[in-house]
Design a protein around this ligand. Sequence first.
Ligand code: PLP
Length: 426
Amino acid sequence: MATTIYQATLAFAQALDQTDPLRKYRDQFHLPLQENGDPAIYLCGNSLGLQPKTTRAAIEQELLDWQTYGVEGHFHAERPWMPYHEFLTQAMAKVVGAKPIEVVVMNTLSVNLHLMMVSFYRPTATRHKILIEYDAFPSDKYAVASQLKFHGYDPADSLIELKARPGEVCLRMEDIEATIAKEGAEIALVMLGNTNYYTGQFFDMRQITEWGHAQGCVVGFDCAHGAGNVALNLHDSGADFAVWCTYKYLNSGPGSLGGCFVHERHAHNKDLPRFTGLWGHNKATRFGMRDGFDPIPGVEAWQLSNPPILSMAAILASLKIYDEVGIEQLVAKSRKLTGYLEYLIKELGFSAIEIITPESPSERGCQLSIQVKSADQNLYKKITAAGVIADWREPDVIRVAPVPLYNSYEEVYRFVKILKTEMDHD
Ligand SMILES: *Cc1c(COP(=O)(O)O)cnc(C)c1O
């Protein structure tokens, strides 16, 4: 937003809201309320996205069809349950920049990560290491460590962790490149978060994939904080696989199903080892019940079970909004909105505050991680009492994510005012 000259006034924030092409979408979500009945300033869409007002009707339709048809709903429901996951594929593929054959909604993130590693982490005596970020989300670290142990390797020897340089928080691309170049011959799998949950740093997946593939490594990404937040372009990234969840930026409800990507180049490889179940079998003969496993071409082959329709109904309702808006418009507003937040925080001029998220819009999504030196959780508690829903990470980081679909410039302005007031009193 080099051309935008921001101003730190309420009137300016309100003017930005008035000309915001996405302003009508805020009203399509349920905003959590404060005790006084006013909407809270919800900046936690990176943790749990808000409920679209259409979600309830979408779930109720499935309850009604179950009530009306019983088992026949598999074929006679308004949206038949048998192929239900297919109704999500097109829109989800658009959100993550992939081809429909590369995308499926199934299971939850950590489950999908394990299923992907069963197929794509194939260690040999000379190449058995996994590369991950030192500050990756704990679930991802547990998952890769357990896969190493499952194959008989000790994470102490076989897990390579990318650490930021001393005194720095974000990783430098040149350090990732150097590690892959140096250790690549022993790395079986490069598995990074594409948008770091803590710092908000967004990695160039295409570049990392190129480096990994040049060394003969398989490359996968956890896009939990990227899906619905940044333009992922998964197909063009060339990554072998990716996983993400739908309850953060994709607004599909607590614990909702995850998404999974397997690059087209693996779509017809029936020899890939994988854990299998009925739902991954050739649809034409799925209920023959006698045949040997015949995988569906593409990522659908990794499906195990017939899926929870109520959860998928919520995803369908949410994806409709994404389909309408498109990730380009979303990213355009996101950059302007987060840029405004960054500007306002810097305007405060507090030396104790440091934004640890990268400054470049191409290296972040909407989240800013604000480090408040020598603060403790008290500051966060006061901000919460003032009507802000954000997120605190020990020892001293407040994560805030203004979400372009439902957050306004005015909210961002009011949040920074509250931050100033509480810091002044601290
Ligand atoms: C949110 C998140 C998860 C959560 O995984 P679940 O299996 O849905 O509990 C995992 N990894 C990352 C990086 C996340 O941000």
